[in-house]
Design a protein around this ligand. Structure first.
Ligand SMILES: Nc1ncnc2c1ncn2[C@@H]1O[C@H](COP(=O)(O)OP(=O)(O)OP(=O)(O)O)[C@@H](O)[C@H]1O
Length: 259
C-alpha cells in the first residue's frame, strides 16, 4: 500500500517569490523521513507541495514534478482531491472538528470522499482507524462525545485516525508534536514507528532529537542566503546525518552552531 515519493526539480513560489529552489529527492515506501532546518528554509512549503496543498494558497505555484510510484501528481488529468486522499496530512495543531463527535471526526474524511457505506462498515472503519492511531481503548466508550473533549495528545491521535480512515499511502506530518507535552509526544512518536509498517511517512520537525528518534532518513534544508530561496542541502540515513554528515552546513546546524 505504501508508495515511493520522488521530487524532481521542484521550484516553489508564493507569487513571484521563489521560496524553495531545485529540490530533488526520493523517499522509499514504508520509511520515515524527517525534514529539518532553520526557520523559514521551506520545510513546510516543500511538504505541502507533496500532496498539492501548496496550490490552495492564493498566488502559490510549483514548477517541477512530484512522482508517486512514478506517476506525476501534477499531471493535468490528475484530480488534486484524489491526490490529497492518497497522500494524507496531519497538521501542527490538532484540528478536530470541535463540536463533531469522536466517531464523526473519524468518518469526516470518508464523507468528503463521498464513499457510501452502511453503518456496519462505517463502524468497522472507525474502530480500525482509532486502533491504528492507538486511541481506541481511550475513547471506545465515548465515541458520541465531542472531539474537543479530548486532551491535546488524544486530539492529535484523533486527527491521525481521521487521516488514515481514507487509507492513504503516504502520511505527511507538519510538526505534529509541537503543541504536545512530552508524554503525548512520545505516544505520537511510538505511533509513527507503528504506522511506517503501512505508510510512507514524512515529518517536519524542529526537534532534532525527535528526528533522530523517529526517522530512517533525514533531509536538511537551509537558506542559500538572506532573501535567497531555501534549498535541500543533503538527505541521507539519519544516523549518518547526525554522526557524519557530508556537508559542513549540516554539521554546523546539527551541532547548534546556527539556526
Ligand atoms: N502563505 C505564504 N505566503 C507567502 N510566503 C510564505 C507563505 N508561507 C510561507 N512563506 C514563505 O516561504 C518561506 C518558507 O516558509 P516555510 O514556512 O515553508 O518554512 P519552514 O522551514 O517550514 O519554517 P518554520 O520552521 O519557521 O515553520 C519563508 O520565506 C516564508 O516567509
Amino acid at each position: 500500500m505504501a508508495k515511493r515519493l520522488e521530487a524532481k526539480n521542484l521550484d516553489i513560489y508564493y507569487g513571484k517569490f521563489l521560496a524553495v529552489s531545485d529540490v530533488n529527492f526520493t523517499i522509499a515506501p514504508r520509511s520515515v523521513t524527517a525534514f529539518i532546518g532553520p526557520s523559514g528554509c521551506g520545510k513546510s512549503t516543500v511538504l505541502r507541495t507533496l500532496n498539492r496543498m501548496h496550490e490552495v494558497i492564493a498566488g502559490a505555484s510549483v514548477k517541477g514534478n512530484v512522482l508517486l510510484d512514478g506517476e506525476n501528481i501534477y499531471a493535468s488529468e490528475v484530480d488534486p482531491v484524489d491526490v490529497r486522499r492518497t497522500i494524507g496530512m496531519v497538521f501542527q495543531r490538532p484540528n478536530p472538528f470541535p463540536t463533531m463527535s469522536i466517531y464523526d471526526n473519524v468518518v469526516a474524511g470518508l464523507k468528503l470522499n463521498s464513499k457510501r457505506m452502511n453503518k456496519a462498515s462505517t463502524d468497522a472503519v472507525v474502530e480500525k482507524s482509532l486502533r491504528g492511531a492507538n486511541l481506541w481503548d481511550e475513547v471506545k466508550d465515548r465515541l458520541d462525545k465531542p472531539g474537543a473533549g479530548l486532551s491535546g495528545g488524544q486530539q492529535q491521535r484523533l486527527c491521525i485516525a481521521r487521516a488514515i480512515a481514507v487509507e492513504p499511502q503516504v502520511l505527511l506530518m507538519d510538526e505534529p508534536c509541537s503543541a504536545l507535552d512530552p508524554i503525548s509526544t512520545l505516544a505520537i512518536e511510538d505511533l509513527i514507528q507503528e504506522l511506517k509498517e503501512t505508510y510512507t511517512i514524512v515529518i517536519v520537525t524542529h526537534n532534532m532529537q525527535q528526528a533522530a528518534r523517529v526517522s530512517d532518513r533525514t533531509a536538511f534544508f537551509n537558506l542559500a542566503g538572506i532573501g535567497k530561496p531555501g534549498q535541500l542541502v543533503e538527505m541521507d540515513d539519519t544516523e549518518r546525518i547526525f554522526a557524519n554528515p557530508s556537508d559542513r552546513r549540516t554539521e554546523d546546524y546539527i551541532s547548534g552552531r546556527f539556526g
